[in-house]
Design a protein around this ligand. Structure first.
Ligand code: NIG
Ligand code: FE
Length: 400
C-alpha cells in the first residue's frame, strides 16, 4: 500500500526530490546490500532525515533541492585520518617513487614540524583538509593526534581535532620520539601516565601503531589497556608493513577497528571473522608507498566487516578523497562497487560504532551527497572526476 503522507511541515524543512537512485544502506527490505530505492525523495528536518519515500508522495517543504534524477548517497564516513600536523613530505614521496622503501621513519620529520607550529597553524591545516574532504562527500571524519608526542603537543593536537569532529583519537603511541629512542619503556610510561591524563578529556578513542619499528605487542597491550581503563574505545594500526600480532591484539581487546590489515595470516582472518572488530582498509597508503594492496576479497568472503578510509597524513597517504579510495578498492582490491560504497559509508560508521551516520533512514543524521552521476557505480567507473555536486551536512547545504 501507499506510505502514509506526513503531516504538513513547520518551517525549516528541506526536501531533496527527484532522486534517481537513493543509496540508503537500510537493508531491512528490498534494494540489495545498499538498500537502493528508485525515484525517491528525502525530507530533512532539524538536521535529521524525517521521511524517505517515493518522490510522487513527497510532502511539501519550505525548500526543495531537485536532484534531477541523479544518485544520492549517505555522506562518506572516513574513520581513519591524521589531520593535525605541520609541514609536508613531498620529497620523501618523490624519493619513494624513485625506489626508496617506506619505513614509517618519516613520522619523526612531521613530529618536528608539528611541535614547531602554532595552534593556529595546526587549526588552519585541519580546516583546509576538512574542507577538501567535505567537497568530496565526507561528512564524518575521525581525527588522530600522534605528531606531537609530548604531553602538551598531544593535548593541543586533540583540542584542535575536537573543534572539527566528535571522533578524536589519542595516538601518543605513534612512534617512540627521538628523545626516548634508547628508553622506550620510559616513553610507554609517559603515554600511559601524564600524556593519557592530558589527552583523555579531548579523546573518544585510543590507538597504537603496533608494528616492527613502532610498538611491540606488550607495549601496545599496556597502552591500550590504560586507555580502556579511562573509558576510551580501542583502535589499532596493525599489520601494515609486515605480519604481526597487532590484529589479534585488537580482537582480543574488543577493538572497534583494526586498520591497514595488509599482511594477514589465516588465523588473523579467522579471528576477525569471529569478532565484532571491523577491518579498515586504507588503499591510499598502499598507493602512496607503492606496496601490495590488502586482500579485501579474502576478508569479505570470510565474513569480516570491512571499512574503507583515507589514512590522510603527510607521509604514507596524503589524500582526503574517499572516491579515490573507492576506485582503488574496486580496481586493485577486487571489491565490487557496491561493497566499496558500503565500506566507505556504513562500514566507516561501524568502525566508529556509530548508527547515526553512514545510512539514510528516518532519525539518521541528514548527511548526504548528490552526485553528478546517475548511479553509485560511477564513483569507481569515473576515477579522478569531481562527481560530488552537492553535500548536506546535518541537513545544511555546504558551500562549494
Ligand atoms: O597510518 N602507520 C602509521 N601511521 C601512518 C603513517 C604516518 C606517517 O608516515 O607520517 C599510517 O600510515
Ligand atoms: Fe594511519
Amino acid at each position: 500500500g501507499d506510505p502514509v503522507r506526513p503531516a504538513p511541515r513547520n518551517s525549516g524543512s528541506l526536501l531533496v526530490d527527484n532522486i534517481g537512485e537513493l543509496v540508503t544502506n537500510d537493508t531491512g527490505g528490498e534494494g540489495g546490500p545498499l538498500g537502493i530505492r528508485r525515484d525517491a525523495a528525502v525530507l530533512v528536518e532539524d538536521g535529521q532525515v524525517a521521511w524517505i519515500g517515493p518522490a510522487r508522495y513527497a510532502p511539501a517543504a519550505d525548500r526543495r533541492i531537485d536532484a534531477e534524477g541523479a544518485a544520492v548517497l549517505p555522506g562518506f564516513v572516513d574513520s581513519h585520518a591524521h589531520l593535525v600536523f605541520a609541514g609536508d613530505r613531498a620529497a620523501e614521496f618523490a624519493a619513494r617513487m624513485a625506489g626508496e622503501p617506506y619505513t614509517g621513519g618519516g613520522i619523526r620529520t612531521t613530529v618536528g614540524a608539528t611541535r614547531a607550529a602554532s595552534d593556529d597553524q595546526l587549526r588552519d591545516t585541519v580546516r583546509r583538509l576538512r574542507g577538501e574532504a567535505m567537497r568530496q562527500g565526507t561528512t564524518t571524519v575521525e581525527i588522530k593526534s600522534g605528531y606531537g608526542l609530548t604531553v602538551a603537543d598531544e593535548a593541543r593536537s586533540l583540542r584542535v581535532a575536537a573543534e572539527f569532529t566528535e571522533d578524536t583519537t589519542f595516538l601518543g603511541a605513534h612512534v617512540v620520539p627521538a628523545e626516548y629512542a634508547d628508553r622506550p619503556d620510559d616513553y610507554v610510561g609517559l603515554v600511559c601516565g601524564p600524556m593519557l591524563a592530558a589527552a583523555a578529556p579531548h579523546a573518544r578513542w585510543i590507538d597504537v601503531f603496533c608494528e616492527r619499528g613502532a610498538f611491540d605487542v606488550d607495549h601496545a597491550r599496556a597502552i591500550l589497556a590504560c586507555g580502556q581503563a579511562v573509558g576510551l574505545g580501542v583502535r589499532v594500526h596493525a599489520n601494515q608493513l609486515g605480519p604481526g600480532p597487532g590484529v589479534r591484539l585488537g580482537v582480543e581487546l574488543g577493538a572497534a577497528s583494526v586498520d591497514h590489515c595488509t599482511h594477514l595470516t589465516d588465523a588473523d582472518v579467522g579471528a576477525l571473522a569471529a569478532s565484532e572488530t571491523v577491518a579498515t582498509l586504507l588503499p591510499g597508503a598502499e598507493f602512496s608507498t607503492r606496496s601490495p594492496y590488502p586482500d579485501a576479497r579474502r576478508l569479505l568472503d570470510a565474513g569480516v566487516t570491512v571499512a574503507l578510509a583515507t589514512d590522510c597524513n603527510p607521509g604514507s597517504s596524503y589524500t582526503s578523497s574517499m572516491p579515490f579510495c573507492i576506485a582503488l578498492a574496486v580496481r586493485e582490491m577486487r571489491m565490487t562497487p557496491a561493497e566499496a560504497v558500503w565500506a566507505a559509508t556504513a562500514g566507516g560508521a561501524a568502525a566508529l560504532r556509530r548508527d547515526d551516520v553512514g545510512r539514510l533512514a528516518r532519525g539518521a543524521r541528514a548527511d548526504l551527497m548528490i552526485l553528478d552521476a546517475p548511479s553509485h557505480l560511477h564513483l569507481a567507473y569515473r576515477p579522478g572526476v569531481p562527481l560530488i555536486r552537492q553535500v548536506l551536512h546535518n541537513g545544511v547545504p555546504q558551500c562549494r
